[in-house]
Design a protein around this ligand. Structure first.
Ligand SMILES: C[S@@+](CC[C@H](N)C(=O)[O-])C[C@H]1O[C@@H](n2cnc3c(N)ncnc32)[C@H](O)[C@@H]1O
Length: 289
């Protein structure tokens, strides 16, 4: 591909961002970046105003970007738009430089262009960054990967359910570290498709990946993982808690949201089993008493 790309930057109320992202997915944008409370901006990058999110969509030509802007302006009257050319090469280099590989316990997780640097004694999980969340280096993913490594070290062969699987990274890590039955679900069809691609590419095609709700999944699981947003975790508590045979790991939660999220699961019969923080993010562990 040659020539300039175009970025459409959209500032809008946080509550509208998910619907806007879905509309952009449907239009087949070439790339999407979201800056909100879940994914704060990198240092030096403009962040959203309080109560708002910033969505940046990348297009291969100006006409496609203008068409998208016209359509979105109709659906999201409160949104503010700014359309700019982006030198394609700069863009691809800058987003690549933001993705790091991580080493956590027995795992190495990183993008294909760093895979040759993975130490030979690590389980190497390669995730091509596309339109799903979960390249390994976000603090919420890292916190969960640590929990997966620790749990499977102590409980080889454990069954694992990953709710909000994104790229499938947690389910893939679990299976590669010796999990038994492994299931991943996501309500975003694009993520499910990418998780399936990643599972095949990482030699774990047996992971059951789908758009089912937790309640639609058969059985219970030794370890249940859910790295989603706090309010979604609270909403899903009645569905997720009954799936837990032994241990539940929740992430995607900011430190100040801990009591609200933990309380929702205590109300469904689980007991606290520790926490771990990374910056402003907290992982909440619970277990069945
Ligand atoms: C923060 S990402 C986590 C991805 C990956 N598990 C990780 O740890 O990096 C959250 C994922 O949850 C999904 N999600 C959001 N709401 C959901 C819901 N109600 N049910 C299932 N998945 C949901 C999103 O589509 C997204 O892929």
């Amino acid at each position: 591909m040659s020539g300039d790309w175009f970025s459409l930057t959209i500032d809008l109320p946080e509550g509208d961002a998910e619907a806007l992202e879905a509309q952009l997915h449907d239009r087949g944008v070439a790339g999407l970046e979201v800056r909100d409370r879940e994914a704060p901006p990198m240092p030096g990058v403009r962040g959203p105003a309080p109560g708002e999110a910033i969505v940046v969509a990348y297009f291969e030509d100006r006409a496609a970007a203008e068409e998208a802007q016209a359509e979105l302006a109709g659906s999201f009257p409160a949104a503010r738009f700014s359309l700019e050319p982006v030198a394609q090469q700069d863009w691809s280099q800058s987003w690549k430089s933001l993705i790091r590989a991580v080493e956590l316990g027995r795992l190495w997780v990183g993008p294909p262009w760093l895979a040759d640097w993975a130490p030979a004694d690590k389980e190497r999980i390669v995730i091509e960054p596309k339109m799903a969340f979960g390249t390994g280096d976000h603090p919420t993913t890292s916190l969960c990967l640590e929990a997966v490594d620790e749990y499977l070290r102590a409980h080889p062969g454990a069954s694992v359910l990953d709710v909000g699987t994104g790229t499938g990274v947690l389910a893939i890590a679990a299976r590669r570290l010796g999990a038994g039955r492994c299931v991943g679900v996501d309500n975003d069809p694009v993520s499910v498709e990418l998780a399936k691609e990643n599972a095949v590419a990482n030699h774990t095609p047996e992971i059951e990946l789908s758009g089912k709700t937790p309640a639609e999944i058969e059985g219970t699981f030794d370890l249940v993982l859910a790295n989603i947003l706090a309010n979604t975790l609270v909403e899903l508590a009645p569905q997720i808690a009954p799936k837990v045979k032994h241990k539940l790991v929740l992430a995607g939660v900011l430190v100040h949201q801990k009591n609200q999220v933990e309380g929702a699961y205590i109300a469904h019969g689980l007991v606290p089993d520790g926490t771990k923080t990374m910056g402003e993010w907290i992982r909440i562990d619970l277990r069945r008493p």
